[in-house]
Design a protein around this ligand. Structure first.
Ligand SMILES: NC(=O)c1ccc[n+]([C@@H]2O[C@H](COP(=O)([O-])OP(=O)(O)OC[C@H]3O[C@@H](n4cnc5c(N)ncnc54)[C@H](O)[C@@H]3O)[C@@H](O)[C@H]2O)c1
Length: 338
């Protein structure tokens, strides 16, 4: 039985990751300060589904080094997912953002370096480390921006941290890679595009796919910043979990490496296209309010995921329409009880 620690394990990606390993019979520890609204529902779901012999929940903060050191002891694999996730919050309170994302990640690395250097650590970074992608020429075509170059963002793209969130996540990203170089830790960095799926509590500021679908179900409007033609490659949670698992299994190759992880060109959608599709699912046209574009918002981001395919044989399997439909059914069936 493997011992798996998931920081931020009550959150969207964390709870799904916990379920994957609990289903397999591994021993899972969740370490989370429960700061994200709604995530207690995820803990209730996990506690109601899996045995307490397998699942341990520890409420704590990654900013507190002693607690992090304690919980890291003896773990085989650590998924470091705890984080402040919204660009908007990072702009309002950059110190909180820095402490959670940069210092919190540093604490994990120091704990592992000092007491558990054999552990594999997977860190969820973001495609925001590549910045606003200002050099990419995006033309408007119908309901989306279109660009050839941006369909090919690989890991050699220069880093260009933009926004306090970009800086704090990027700091964690670079510390992870450096602790592999300097101390030989088995760290793996995933630079994720937009991830969506069940157990996601979307808000206007983060988790926009779940937010759009949930607003549509409630018959409420959504706000779009900019034209709505901005394009993202979207990845369904089951595909992300397969990538987590593949990268950890191949840690001999993946340790010390960063990977772009997204839906790729076949699973890209603009916000307007998503709104149309959600309207089809609910049978109601969504109401939309437009506000000015946010500074640093990428017009088109589509990850080149060839490196992940090469190193651990991963590629997304769930088409974006199929994935959004699953999220829609989950939110429709659960919205009233959440
Ligand atoms: N969802 C995405 O599209 C996406 C994309 C790129 C990167 N990421 C990264 O993936 C990770 C998980 O994202 P998510 O979508 O599951 O978000 P989430 O908000 O659902 O989960 C994050 C969890 O971390 C917990 N947390 C926050 N601050 C903490 C602290 N100081 N100590 C302990 N726990 C704390 C929250 O309570 C929450 O349960 C984050 O680090 C995020 O930056 C997510």
């Amino acid at each position: 039985m493997k011992k798996i620690l998931i920081t931020g394990g009550a959150g969207f990606i964390g709870a799904n990751t916990a379920a994957l390993y609990l289903k397999r019979g591994e021993k899972v520890t969740i370490f989370d300060n429960l700061s994200r609204p709604g995530v207690k529902h995820n803990l209730k779901w996990l506690e109601g589904t899996y045995s307490s012999r397998q699942l341990r929940i520890k409420v704590g903060d990654v900013c507190h080094f002693d607690a992090v050191r304690e919980v890291s002891r003896g773990q085989d694999v650590i998924f470091h997912l705890a984080g402040q996730t919204a660009v908007t919050t990072s702009i309002e309170d950059p110190r909180y953002d820095f402490e959670t994302n940069a210092l919190g990640t540093f604490n994990i690395l120091e704990a592992v370096r000092l007491i558990n250097p054999a552990a594999v650590i997977l860190y969820t970074s973001t495609n925001k480390v590549y910045g606003a992608m200002g050099r990419v020429n995006a033309a408007r075509r119908g309901k989306r921006y279109y660009s050839i170059e941006s369909a090919n963002i690989d890991e050699s793209e220069p880093l260009d941290f933009y926004s306090p969130y970009g800086c704090s996540k990027g700091t964690g990203d670079q510390y992870m890679l450096d602790y592999a170089r300097i101390y030989g830790l088995k760290t793996i960095v995933f630079r994720q595009s937009c991830i969506y799926g069940p157990h996601q509590f979307g808000m206007e500021d983060q988790g926009w796919v779940a937010h759009f679908v949930s607003q549509a179900i409630k018959g409420e409007p959504v706000t779009i910043f900019g034209t709505g033609k901005q394009v993202r490659d979207m990845l369904y949670i089951a595909d992300l979990l397969a990538a987590f698992d593949g990268a950890v299994r191949r840690s001999r190759i993946t340790a010390g490496q960063a990977y772009n992880i997204g839906g790729g060109v076949n699973n890209s959608m603009s916000l307007l296209e998503l709104i149309d599709y959600v309207g089809e699912l609910t049978g109601r046209v969504m109401r939309v309010k437009f506000l000015a574009a946010r500074s640093g918002d990428q017009k088109v981001f589509i990850a080149n995921i060839a490196k992940a395919r090469r190193d651990f044989g991963w590629r997304p399997k769930v088409h974006v329409k199929e994935g959004v439909k699953s999220l829609y059914f989950w939110l429709r069936d659960n919205t009233s009880t959440l």
